[in-house]
Design a binder for this molecule. Structure first.
Ligand code: AMP
Length: 284
């Protein structure tokens, strides 16, 4: 397994691979790897010849008061997990190598970047789409793998790739969860033991929504109310948002139809967690 820090060296290496007709599977991450990341790596391993992951805590996607500095990092552990999962290349640039002093170019997906998490994290998605576009240019992936855990991010990236005619295929894989249903996330590390117990309420509230929908409930505000009621039953939980939107356009749905995305963001103590569920017509 190779570790490459320099973007130009990564770009040259990827160019060589593509010239030799090799397919590149790419998994962008911020590191502190868990089973969610590994599921993406495993799929890339199956479907492509050379697997590249990036480990880069991207300063551009953190708003000023967020956790950029304290975001968990453990490169040694990530390197071992990557090697054991069959990664061929870790691309691990420094922020100064990705953003020169005079850096000035950003990508913004209009409207989609302003709703849901975009409302509470202004500028976040501009940072995400910018870094992912840069990573695509550097790594030149044939297929790029993302997690449904970050549903809005995946939708924005698909849109960017389509709108800007980018030459990579996007695959979005299911959310990997802990035994009690909590969606795996590097940020789960911030939770105290008590908060960790409370955090399963996100998944439980989505399960309740699923039950209501099975029992023919279609009214979004009634479903949202039930979810909120369950969430606030935990003292440490403070709701950022609970919304039901169209799974492609992210426009609010008053009644469930087509593919609906139930998305929520909840503070558990000082940690902001997200989770979501897609409801397809056949599930209803
Ligand atoms: P991150 O390191 O948090 O930026 O995540 C890197 C990639 O892994 C993104 O595409 C995430 O959506 C995906 N991911 C993170 N957590 C999970 C999870 N629990 N299940 C599936 N994919 C995940």
């Amino acid at each position: 397994m190779k570790v490459i820090q320099d973007p130009q060296a990564m770009s040259n290496y990827a160019q060589g691979l593509r010239r030799r007709g090799k397919s590149i599977g790419f998994v962008p991450t911020m590191g502190y790897l868990h089973a969610g990341h590994l599921s993406l790596i495993k799929r890339a391993r199956k479907e492509t010849e050379v697997v590249v992951i990036s480990i880069f805590v991207n300063p551009a996607q953190f708003t000023p008061r967020e956790d950029f500095k304290k975001y968990p990092r453990d490169f040694k552990r990530d390197r071992k997990l990557s090697k054991d999962s069959g990664v061929d290349v870790i691309f691990n640039p420094k922020p100064s190598q990705m953003y020169a002093q005079d850096y000035a170019t950003y990508i913004n997906v209009e409207r989609l970047s302003k709703v849901l998490c975009g409302r509470s994290r202004p500028g976040h998605f501009r940072g995400v789409t910018t870094v992912v576009a840069k990573l695509f240019n550097i790594v030149k992936p044939t297929i790029s793998y993302f997690g449904q855990k970050d549903a809005q991010q995946a939708i924005l990236i698909r849109k960017m790739v389509k709108d800007l005619n980018m030459d990579t295929k996007i695959k979005v894989l299911p959310i990997v969860r802990e035994n009690d249903g909590l969606a795996m996330s590097s940020r789960n590390k911030y939770l105290s033991p008590e908060e960790r117990k409370d955090a399963k309420i996100l998944f439980q509230s989505l399960q309740e929504a699923k039950k209501m929908i099975k029992c023919k409930e279609r009214n979004s505000s009634r479903i949202i109310s039930s979810i909120k009621k369950i969430l606030v039953s935990k003292k440490s939980a403070k709701i950022d948002y609970v919304e039901i939107v169209d799974a492609c356009s992210l426009r609010p749905q008053k009644r469930l139809e087509g593919q609906a995305l139930i998305a929520l963001a909840v503070w558990i103590g000082k940690t902001r967690l997200i989770d979501n569920m897609i409801v397809k017509a056949k599930d209803r």
